[in-house]
Design a binder for this molecule. Sequence first.
Ligand code: NAP
Length: 282
Amino acid sequence: MNLLVTGGTGQLGRAISRIGSDQHQITAPGSSELNVADAESVRAAISELRPDLIIHAGAMTDVDGCEHDPRTAFLINGLGAQHVASASASAGIPIVFVSTNFVFNGELDRPSTEFDTPDPISIYGASKLAGERAVAALNPRHYIVRTAMVYDETGRNFVNSMLRLSAEHPKLTIVDDQFGNPTYAGDLAFGILLLIQEPAYGIHHLTNTGVASWCDWAVKIFELSGIEIPVEPIPASQFPRAATPPANGALDNLAAASLGIELPHWHDALARCLTRRSEITR
Ligand SMILES: NC(=O)c1ccc[n+]([C@@H]2O[C@H](COP(=O)([O-])OP(=O)(O)OC[C@H]3O[C@@H](n4cnc5c(N)ncnc54)[C@H](OP(=O)(O)O)[C@@H]3O)[C@@H](O)[C@H]2O)c1
């Protein structure tokens, strides 16, 4: 397929190019080449490239930044998705919209399925939900792929932050009462590329298997990296930040599992990422 990937310079965009280039022709611009908040530039990119499908991964992903600048968050995550959905529908092609576990309030005592009702508690979550709704309303051939806690070998993510902080501090305190599914961008890319082989339109949760708190995740990063550092679990109330992540942000990948798509356990994914990271940075 000829694929257009927005947010091509981000963690997921890069992973899709890395993993999918053997099978697909992939164009993956960053925001300076394709700004989704600009409807005309979205239409122009589609008419020039004539893709068979668009993976819309570009977003304002600075969750705390979204709280400080809600206007920009909605312009990029809400209106941007509207532009991509509308242009893809006019071109008669399907769209994958990459969304987030932050659309949920996190109050369930189990992982959220595709059939649970979104109720965002942050601007980021609300703006991504606005994007989901625009995509669903404007392009009937849509895949809404909700994921969580995405990391890659490089880029701004929890894994790289933990490795940096462990070198700067003798001890770390990490939140232990907020949960999700740490998801390796490489595995997520692989799952999305499998998903688009089926006309399985609708909502799909797609994460690595297994659930972790931030603290569980940090401890595993240090264990797999051979770093010895004391980690003190703390409640989120002791780590104030602008945006509130859902307390239980874990996702149940019900729909993808029904298609036979199941991503590996997060321990396995993290080990592969860290190995590849050390090869890259060696
Ligand atoms: N990271 C997570 O933990 C996480 C969790 C759940 C869901 N998601 C979703 O997964 C998707 C991919 O996330 P990621 O981790 O790959 O993000 P990322 O590494 O932060 O990259 C964000 C990408 O979006 C692009 N972008 C920003 N503003 C844009 C605009 N106005 N127009 C077009 N592109 C724009 C950036 O381009 P430039 O760098 O060129 O500006 C960059 O390529 C996003 O839709 C995000 O909401 C992420």
